[in-house]
Write a protein that binds this ligand. Structure first.
Ligand SMILES: CC(C)(COP(=O)(O)OP(=O)(O)OC[C@H]1O[C@@H](n2cnc3c(N)ncnc32)[C@H](O)[C@@H]1OP(=O)(O)O)[C@@H](O)C(=O)NCCC(=O)NCCS
Length: 169
């Protein structure tokens, strides 16, 4: 069943919701301008898995019919190659965000932060111990605004990525 949360700021408001399958195509149409056809198809497949499988969800930020942003959340993601045993043990009961994206026209309004907070709430509701996410360039954003710590650097698809993690209190 879809769950909705209304986020209000003084300037504007948007809703956070768990996406249903019917929302995958509108999401692709509105958030994938920067992708080529092959990337869009791979992303379509991914979003369909996130709306259909029981261990994961696609959370959207919407305003009416507009899709402003998304985060993909999963109870237990595959660990990237090269992660140490110690870090794998540490992250074992953490949920994972596998994508966080806000449309360029709607950035710097708090939408990304609200999606991340909702993703963390999703993990807490499932009694998981924390949340982790892999990022290419946004490590400081996670650290400064949301209390994440850098726990490892890994090479993914030949790009250097940082694993950011937050253990819940
Ligand atoms: C990273 C990303 C999701 C952030 O989304 P966002 O909606 O811009 O995030 P927020 O608005 O919540 O926070 C961004 C910044 O705006 C600031 N901010 C929040 N509300 C604001 C407001 N009302 N007015 C001005 N700035 C605001 C935040 O403090 C933060 O400041 P900083 O740039 O100094 O760190 C977005 O830039 C994005 O989609 N990037 C491309 C994909 C990506 O990098 N994803 C994350 C890696 S996994």
């Amino acid at each position: 069943m879809a769950e909705n949360y209304l986020v209000e700021t003084t300037a504007q408001s948007w809703e956070l919701k768990i996406a249903a399958e019917a929302e995958v195509e509108p999401t692709l149409e509105q958030l994938t301008d920067h992708m080529n056809e092959q990337q869009r198809q791979a992303f379509r497949d991914k979003l369909q898995r996130y709306v259909n499988k029981p261990d994961r969800d696609l959370i959207l930020a919407v305003r009416g019919p507009e899709v402003l942003g998304l985060v993909c959340v999963i109870k237990q993601a595959e660990f990237p190659p090269g992660l140490s045993e110690k870090n794998m043990d540490y992250l074992r009961d953490f949920a994972c965000g596998t994508q966080l994206l806000v449309h360029p026209s709607f950035r710097r309004q708090g939408i990304g932060g609200s999606l991340l907070a909702q993703a963390e709430a999703w993990a807490r509701e499932r009694e998981l111990a924390g949340f982790w996410i892999t990022t290419h360039r946004m490590a400081d954003w996670y650290e400064k605004n949301f209390g994440y710590k850098q726990i490892a650097r890994v090479a993914l698809k030949s790009a250097a990525k940082t694993i950011m993690a937050k253990k819940f209190d």
